[in-house]
Write a protein that binds this ligand. Structure first.
Ligand SMILES: Nc1ncnc2c1ncn2[C@@H]1O[C@H](COP(=O)(O)OP(=O)(O)OP(=O)(O)O)[C@@H](O)[C@H]1O
Length: 306
């Protein structure tokens, strides 16, 4: 049996992010070309400690490419990528991890039949004794996993239960707690709520907020403006590989964010098309709110919330 002590609904974020100083991770005019395909171009992004930076975009917008650059899977081909203010170009995820940048993907690298505590330490098992007497320190691994999960507000009744028996949301939370334990300063969460229902999404959003409270910088990739707005301090909307919108929380409403995500101009054009085709009463369709934020200048570095 499994239980979550912290309820299931994330609290809507107030506009009160701690005064985070310089960004841990920063992209300045960054881009990536695959052969002749320009997947990402001129993107600015700043990830500060204790803040959640949301990256939204439709299919093919360039979200995965952005994550791959920051997590060390691909090198950027234009602009700058800085960690702690110094330019970097990682050649592997190991290098990114060594700098405290950890990616948690939808298809989590867990072994479903192994217990929770074993998955928590997968690949980094604790041992005791030396030489031929060296063996797994099972008691310490269970204790540490339990403590770390509790610190994040995740209480599982039985750490012996196979990780495959946890809900999708709980597995994400174990993966987040694991990354935090192994020294992540920046968490990249790739659509962590995409395959989840409302309740489990709430659980994951809570732990995103918990990671933020622990001072981590979080890059939250999502299609869902409602989820982003629950926990986000800053919002970037990508469209066809470029930054369509970059706004701090204080500069944007949920309606405006939703408008950008939905492709407001495209929806309006679609409404006109539907009116021409007939059969659809476009007056019955909901109005789309107008955007009310400035578009970022390509050369302006994206600042977090002031
Ligand atoms: N390895 C690659 N080689 C060639 N083109 C690529 C490669 N990876 C991505 N692209 C192209 O780059 C563009 C951006 O893709 P990307 O996967 O980054 O978008 P995305 O926002 O993550 O989309 P989705 O939500 O569908 O995963 C797309 O046009 C895609 O076809």
């Amino acid at each position: 049996m499994t239980s979550e002590t912290t309820g299931t609904h994330a609290t809507v974020r107030e506009d009160t992010a701690p005064g985070a100083d310089r960004p841990v991770v920063e992209l300045r005019g960054a881009g990536k070309t695959y052969g002749t395909i320009r997947a990402l171009h001129g993107v600015d992004l700043a990830v500060h400690p204790g803040r959640v930076s949301c990256v939204l975009g439709d299919n093919g917008a360039g979200k995965s490419t952005l994550i791959k650059i920051i997590s060390g899977l691909h090198r950027h081909t234009e602009g700058e990528f800085l960690v702690d203010g110094a330019p970097v170009s990682f050649s592997s995820p190991r290098e990114a991890l060594d700098r405290g940048i950890a990616a948690v993907y939808q298809d989590l690298a867990t072994v479903p039949l192994m217990p929770v505590w074993r998955n928590f330490f997968l690949g980094s098992e604790l041992t005791k004794g030396t030489g031929p007497f060296r063996r797994l320190d099972i008691a310490r691994m269970k204790r540490t996993a339990d403590e770390e999960l509790r610190t994040m507000g995740i209480v599982l009744d039985d750490l012996e239960q196979p990780v495959g028996t946890l809900s999708g949301g709980q597995r994400q939370c174990v993966a987040i707690a694991r990354a935090v334990h192994f020294g992540a300063r920046v968490l990249i969460l790739d659509e962590p709520t995409a395959a989840l229902g409302v309740k489990q999404s709430g659980v994951v959003l809570k732990y995103i907020a918990a990671a933020r409270e622990r001072g981590l910088g979080v890059i939250f990739i999502t299609h869902n403006p409602h989820h982003a707005y629950m926990v986000g301090d800053h919002f970037s909307v990508l469209r066809l590989g470029t930054l369509e919108l970059s706004a701090a929380r204080s500069e944007i409403t949920l309606d405006t964010l939703t408008h950008h995500m939905a492709g407001g101009a495209e929806l309006t054009a679609l409404k006109h098309e539907l009116a021409r085709v007939g059969g659809v009463d476009v007056d019955e369709l909901p109005e789309d709110p107008e955007p009310s934020v400035q578009q970022p200048a390509a050369s302006d570095p994206v600042e977090g919330k002031s």
